[in-house]
Write a protein that binds this ligand. Structure first.
Ligand code: PMP
Length: 375
């Protein structure tokens, strides 16, 4: 039977308790949300929603074509200019998702004959970028700049190191300065994915690379998503103008993909402007993360100290993690649940988003529910 092997895979997944299911979210959920990536609570901000609506009214429901044909509007170029200026880079290029931006950056900067050095904890989109790149990938230990240095030393020719700035599973930060030093010492480029840093880290949320003093460097390229702290959808690559111009000509997920929907570009632009006016939003998300961690730890839970706005709590097993998340849900709290294969070390976790708009009472309630439902 065609696709007969699916049932076999499915059985194995069921036996391991790792089947995933889709659960549509109601528009007005009664649940307290610590599961989304809406770090600054901007996805429903009236200015962001109006940014989307106004863009759709002006430009229509879709971009109508690839960026190189009809898919570039004034909104796309404005967003690129303002994103680059905000984060401190020469130029930016907007993509239909952060995933596409990562595929673009790694494939276009890891050409045939190059070495791509990738952190073992990197996001799936960077891993897929490595798989698609024509260069040779070497995976190194998590957050280990010395291993990056050693790997780069073995190679003669173009090279690039690739890392998340904040790792999505545990919310820990990469050693960006040491990574950049290792790359510079070997004449290699550094590509970092700031999906979880933009809007949270750096001055007023200008991102982890800006916070680490790497903004505007000619050997550093940053990818971001517009779908987390900016509450919109889409992605971007930021870096030197010559690198961005290269992506326009070489990145397949730019050339062959329909441009970002105008509504998403409008929402992202509105959120970016809002963040520029209200820089305290970033510090608030970090403060919520610190408070959440302190309270979870005080309650005896195994929470990882957060470097940004992701707080991870270890669970004894995948089954118990699923049950724990379901019990939280039944008690009015929505939390993320990470299990294999999304966790490379095999340790399942509840994953909490320290949204900057959570009140002290909501943080307290969340910790109480998580504590009361623990395995
Ligand atoms: N990088 C990281 C670290 C992420 O967590 C995500 C989103 N899960 C992405 C990239 C992909 O971004 P997008 O959702 O915009 O495709």
């Amino acid at each position: 039977m065609a696709f007969g092997w699916i049932e076999e895979q499915d059985r194995a997944r069921r036996e391991a308790g790792l089947v995933r299911v889709l659960r549509p979210r109601p528009a007005a959920s009664p649940l307290l949300d610590l599961a989304s990536n809406d770090y600054l609570g901007l996805a429903r901000h009236p200015e962001v929603v109006e940014g989307a609506a106004a863009a759709a009214r002006t430009w229509g429901g879709g971009a109508t074509g690839s960026r190189l044909v009809t898919g570039t509007t004034a909104l796309h170029t404005e967003l690129e200019r303002e994103l680059a200026d905000f984060c401190g880079f020469e130029a930016a290029l907007v993509f239909s998702s952060g995933y596409a931006a990562n595929l673009a950056a790694v494939t276009a900067l890891g050409p045939h004959g190059s070495l791509v050095v990738s952190d073992a904890g990197n996001h799936a989109s960077l891993i897929d970028g490595c798989r698609l790149a024509r260069g040779t990938t070497q995976v190194v230990g998590h957050a280990d700049p010395e291993a990056v240095r050693k790997a780069l030393a073995t190679h003669d020719g173009p090279a690039v190191a690739v890392s998340d700035t904040v790792f999505s599973v545990d919310g820990d930060a990469a050693p960006l300065v040491a990574l950049a030093d290792a790359c510079r010492a070997h004449g290699a480029g550094l590509v970092v994915d700031d999906a979880h840093g933009l809007g949270v880290l750096g001055d007023g949320g200008r991102g982890a690379p800006q916070g680490a003093g790497l903004a505007g460097r000619d050997d550093v390229v940053v990818t971001v998503t517009l779908s987390k702290s900016l509450g919109a959808q889409g992605g971007a690559v930021l870096g030197p103008a010559r690198v961005i111009a290269h992506l326009v000509n070489a990145a397949r997920t730019f050339i062959f993909d329909t441009g970002l929907a105008p509504a998403a570009a409008g929402a992202a632009l509105a959120a970016l402007r809002l963040l520029g006016r209200e820089p305290e939003r970033a510090a608030r998300a970090r403060a919520v993360a610190a408070e959440l961690h302190a309270r979870l730890t005080a309650a005896g839970l195994d929470a990882v100290r957060p470097d940004a706005a992701v707080v991870s709590v270890r669970a004894p097993s995948p089954e118990e993690a699923v049950r724990w998340a379901a019990d939280c849900r039944a008690a009015g709290l929505s939390v993320g649940c990470f299990r294999p294969p999304s966790v490379p070390d095999g340790i399942s976790r509840l994953r909490l988003t320290a949204r900057g708009d959570l009140s002290g009472e909501q943080i307290e309630r969340a910790v109480r529910v998580i504590g009361d439902t623990r395995p």
